[in-house]
Ligand binder design. Structure first.
Ligand code: ZN
Length: 433
């Protein structure tokens, strides 16, 4: 069907004057505000290889709390890297996974906001609001033909009512957070808005995504990226665990639903999927790459923790005092394992029996340590359990304070080489080049 042939709902034309969000945006984490230069170097290299990708420095409230940092520090590190390296392209700073209770200290330094409403999924909306939603959206009931999806989506009134009961409250909360940020910014809509629902147990189906987008449009949110929960497990720092064929179908259907919703509900044309990857989901990269190239779609991908692990790899590779510090961090993380893992219980899957003892690791060479930690699935010594533990173990480095920061500074070259090379070779090239 031709796009223009779709009947438009009588929506107001939202004054979409929000900050433009480039087609390809890539979230990087700089937990210790010390790696922005090395990260930006990967984007500069990508540009010289022919692809424009906008870096987005993301750091969640949880990460700031664990480290004891402020969003302003991330802003300063990003601005300094951009100035020092002469980056003239766009870049953004993401207040990642914020809500009404946590957003305020992000308002001034950030220009990208990830409104996390996953906890509000399933919270009952006012029955009158559910009824009004059903009345407003008769088009969601029955067979919905969507370009790019072979069979029409079939939804009954009960399906839509069930989905409204599950998601309407969450979209209303997203509307409240958006309006709060807008008013705190002095009414100037100069930021990118993402809505995230990924930190929950069950994935959202493509028909649910359509219903969610209709409800987000009703809230007048100029949403530019949406992060659903996809099928499969996105454990921290390690590869995807799940059915690749099912992921591919779902991802392609989600792209089709977004293109449909942009037109039908007059959402920003820049709206795209956001993949909260938890870092290093290499086996789905070819699927994502093919899908966005075939559809001409944009993509936002978040990869935060992979950078912090590269810092540890760089220290271990430096040998000497750097290796000793990397070992200390592992041994302390092993000691504090339960406490470190607790906030991340739904996104890690560590088999204790596969974690090497502190005694073992203390005797490792530089090569043994980097082989265990570096995400090279072809290396028989690669240990995904150790990698996940260190991924959530950044609190240990934060507690080391200046000792850790000084080690990064003393070993800047080898750390930077790992940070830049990892982003470029393992992430950017397979996804975009
Ligand atoms: Zn997320």
């Amino acid at each position: 069907m031709e796009r223009g042939a779709l009947e438009l709902l009588p929506y107001p034309e939202y004054p979409f004057i929000m900050k433009p969000c480039p087609k390809y945006t890539f979230g990087v984490g700089d937990r210790f505000a010390n790696g922005a230069h090395a990260q930006l170097a990967a984007f500069i290299e990508a540009k010289s290889l022919g692809v424009d990708i906008c870096p987005v420095w993301n750091k969640s409230n949880r990460e700031h709390l664990i480290i004891g940092s402020e969003p302003q520090q991330t802003r300063e590190a990003a601005d300094k890297a951009v100035a020092d390296l002469g980056w003239s392209g766009p870049y953004l700073l993401d207040a990642d996974h914020i809500n009404l209770g946590t957003v305020d200290r992000f308002v001034s330094p950030c220009d990208f906001f990830t409104l996390d409403v996953a906890d509000d999924i399933g919270e009952a909306a006012d029955p009158a609001d559910v009824e009004a939603f059903l009345t407003r959206h008769p088009e969601l009931i029955g067979g919905i033909t969507i370009e790019g999806i072979a069979n029409p989506l079939e939804t009954s009134r009960e399906d839509v009512e069930r989905a409204a009961n599950k998601f309407l409250k969450a979209t209303q909360k997203a509307g409240q957070i958006y309006r709060h940020i807008l008013s705190a910014k002095g009414g100037v809509d100069d930021f990118v808005t993402e809505v995230s629902m990924d930190e929950t147990d069950s994935p959202q189906t493509p028909p649910e995504l359509l219903i969610i987008l209709a409800a987000i449009s009703d809230q007048g949110i100029p949403i530019q990226t949406i992060a659903p929960k996809f099928t499969g497990r996105f454990n921290k720092g390690v590869d995807y665990v799940g059915d690749l064929t099912q992921f591919e179908t779902e991802f392609n259907d989600d792209l089709a639903v977004i293109a449909h919703a942009v037109h039908r509900y007059r959402l920003p044309a820049s709206l795209k999927l956001s993949v909260h990857s938890g870092s290093d989901k290499f086996s789905i990269y070819p699927i994502i790459r093919n899908a966005i190239q075939r559809n001409g779609a944009g993509l936002h991908i978040k990869t935060a923790g992979t950078n912090w692990l590269e810092e540890i790899i760089g220290l271990a590779e430096a040998d000497g005092a750097g290796l000793e510090l990397a070992k200390t961090i592992y041994c302390k993380a092993l000691e504090k394992k339960d406490a470190l893992c607790e906030p991340y219980s739904t996104v890690i899957d560590i088999k204790d029996a596969n974690l090497p003892s502190a005694e073992t690791v203390k005797n490792w060479t530089s090569g043994q340590f980097t082989s265990a930690l570096r995400h090279d699935q072809g290396n028989p010594q690669y240990n995904p359990d150790l990698r996940q533990l260190l991924h959530v173990g950044f609190k240990i480095a934060a507690q080391l304070g200046e000792t850790y920061i000084q080690a990064l500074k003393s070993n800047r070259d080898v750390v930077s080489k790992n940070v830049t090379g990892n982003l470029l070779d393992r992430h950017i090239k397979p996804l975009f080049l």
